[in-house]
Design a protein around this ligand. Structure first.
Ligand SMILES: Cc1cc2ncn([C@H]3O[C@H](COP(=O)(O)O)[C@@H](O)[C@H]3O)c2cc1C
Ligand SMILES: O=C(O)c1cccnc1
Length: 340
């Protein structure tokens, strides 16, 4: 395989899986012991306790901190959008990127509430990826380079990385990735996205079915599924999740589309998402099923189906609260409260 000036070939990506760091077991054990001493009945904070313990493990300290939560939104354009698979026109992608920059989208408001930074990565929006029904979305060099670009999400040294995406037509692409990875029928994976019904929904199912059929024989390699059926924001998010793992930074996934990038990594190695939280389960019908398959329990279930990182950003509040309790509560002994 040739090394290119623009990025890493897939071999270099695969090599990262030989050395996936694990969480620090000692820090986890210390955090778990601390949870047992805090002024509350054991287990009374439910999943907040496990969130704190997990983050302690990734940060390698009994009392972790979240000071720089960051939402990285990756935007890409899709050739398949010309097939009428979304109720919205493809121009919306660029227009929403401008709206993020102006601070006027939903995700901006949610970031503001929780003091999270927002970074928007615009991926060659004037050059849509190839229509997956007819051709592979990306070459290997393009896909690997885009994964490497996604690793830039770690550049500001976030201590919690939340992922989001923008790309009209990308719920079709996500459905194609799931159908490619997991089989079943196209209709099982396709949902309304921004609101597809009738002929739009039918076009979506047909596109997913044809795209995946075109790639038969190449579906046992998850990176091939990503490059043939994916798109730039999907590749970049996969790179970001992987880079975060190498740096032991916990990641929060958003909805159906972000989870498709994560699913590619999980298919390469089931340990690949050990540092990931599912911020929420989206209203997209297949999302809950995918999360179960990935062994991820969503933090929130609010019927949201927006994408752009909104569900991941909202769960920062839950994660910050989990850490605040873990760090700030007294033990029974410190508070002079009688234990059971
Ligand atoms: C105004 C607007 C804002 C959005 N923010 C995220 N998405 C979401 O919708 C798109 C995927 O849905 P589909 O596959 O049906 O096109 C993605 O861009 C996603 O992030 C939006 C969509 C619209 C219309
Ligand atoms: O769950 C998602 O990620 C989603 C749902 C609808 C539209 N865009 C994204």
């Amino acid at each position: 395989m040739q090394r290119t000036a623009t990025g890493l070939p897939f071999d270099d990506i695969r090599n990262l899986f030989l050395d996936l760091p694990a969480a620090n077991a000692e820090a986890e054990a210390a955090a778990r012991a601390r949870q047992g001493q805090l002024v509350k009945p054991p287990g009374a904070l439910g999943r907040l306790e496990e969130i704190a313990v997990q983050i302690a493990g990734w940060q390698g300290r009994e009392i972790p901190r979240i000071d720089r939560p960051t939402v990285a939104v990756f935007a890409g354009t899709h050739g398949v959008a010309k097939r009428g698979v979304s109720p919205y026109p493809a121009e919306v992608t660029k227009q929403m990127v401008a709206t993020f920059t102006d601070g006027k989208a939903a995700v901006n408001q949610i970031c503001g509430v929780f003091g999270a930074g927002l970074r928007v990565f615009d991926l060659a929006l004037d050059i849509p990826t190839r229509d997956i029904v007819e051709e592979d979305a990306l070459t290997e060099a393009e896909c690997a380079a885009t994964m490497a670009f996604g690793m830039e999400a770690l550049a500001g040294e976030p201590d919690l990385l939340c992922l989001g995406e923008m790309g009209i037509g990308n719920t079709t692409v996500a459905a194609a990735i799931y159908h490619g990875l997991y089989g079943g029928t196209a209709a099982e994976w396709v949902g309304p996205g921004t609101g597809a019904t009738g002929t739009v929904l039918a076009a979506k199912i047909a596109a997913v079915e044809q795209a995946v059929a075109r790639c038969a024989g190449h579906l046992d390699d998850p990176l091939e599924v990503l490059r043939r059926l994916g798109g730039r924001e999907l590749a970049a998010m996969a790179g970001a999740i992987l880079a975060a793992r190498m740096q032991r930074v916990p990641v929060v996934l958003d909805g159906y589309v972000v989870t498709a990038a994560a699913a590619v990594l999980h298919a390469l190695d089931p340990r690949a998402l050990d540092h990931c939280f599912a911020g929420h389960v989206s209203a997209e019908p297949a999302h809950g099923r995918v999360l179960e398959r990935l062994g991820l329990k969503p933090l929130l279930d609010l019927g949201m189906r927006l994408g752009e990182g909104s569900g991941a950003a909202l769960s920062i509040g839950v994660i910050k609260a989990a850490i605040a309790c873990h760090a700030g509560m007294a033990t029974f002994a410190e508070a002079g409260v009688a234990d059971a």
